[in-house]
Design a protein around this ligand. Sequence first.
Ligand code: UT7
Length: 338
Amino acid sequence: MVNNPTTKQARRLRALIAGTGSCVPDKILTNEDFTKIVETSDEWITTRTGIKTRHIAGDGETTATLSAEAARRALKQAGMAPEELELIIVGTVTPEMVFPSTACFVQDMIGACNAWAFDLSAACSGFVYGLSIAQQFLSSGRYRTALVIGAETLSRITNYKDRGSCILFGDGAGAAVLKASDSGSMGVMYSTSFSDGSRWEALKCQAYGSRNPVGVPLENPDLVYMDINGREVYQTAVRRIVELAKECLEKCDLQVEDIAMFIPHQMNARIIESVGKRLNFTDDRIFINIDKYGNTSAASIPIALDECLRSGKLKSGDIVLLIAFGGGLTWGANVIQL
Ligand code: UT7
């Protein structure tokens, strides 16, 4: 075998989280506000979902503007200039437009002129998929820096006549700046990703793509909105998230007690609590902020990670477990030592 020092060095590289940032719109919709739009109550929403408020994009706020602000905050925390970025990945299902990609808009807005940029469509798993991809590029030595963003303006595809879904969703963006590092065990330790396209109908937004093109009248005007089979998603999500957590612990040779914080996709507080119980996580080691933001799809995990870090709940060396589940179906996880 050829003794190649570059390859040897590359094998030791880890994708380190150098900084995180998040951004949510100022405008807030409360449960009380929803009682004026659909037949619902604060009591139903709180007990069934754990949600109290969600942030909603206003005029001039888009997936790219929220992403760019989250990215600036992450870069500031990392002490890095935008020109140092080599790769930008934006996970979103509410892109700026059909094309160019939201990531290209972000590149331009923050001045990351040396990066290549692309979007990733994996619904709520967009950020964990993105971290997994960035990890491969950084640990191989191909790139030294990356920016991974999860961002959504779900309010723009929400059907505010459907009480079963409209109360769930909010807007926002979260970002992580990654740096290749060869210093020990810190960084992304393990990533795993799955999809099941046969279950696409559980979570979808059907217009306007190739199947339902612009200009052709829709058989049902509501196809422009996001549509969910909440019950089906609920049951599958619990099972898959538990499986992912077990896989991560086993592959990383960790016990539940070694995880300083479990940061699951903020889909429903009941789902998170049920998963936490099945895995024996104590309440202080499961992060929940769905009460403030609702479900922000790809943005939910990076917003939660940023809040966790900025509030001092985590310190250097701590291990965090990120797990997402969403439309596709898609699901995935990352284990990271901070
Ligand atoms: O991140 C991925 C996307 N997220 C999801 O897919 C969400 C996952 N699923 C969930 O979070 C839950 O399934 C929901 C919160 C969506 C629904 O909770 P549930 O406990 O599964 O309720 P359900 O759909 O079984 O509905 C129970 C009842 C129904 O009335 P009937 O048929 O029992 O008379 C609904 O019509 O609650 C009714 N309901 C509401 N009542 C008041 C549904 N939405 C509302 C509402 N307010 N907003």
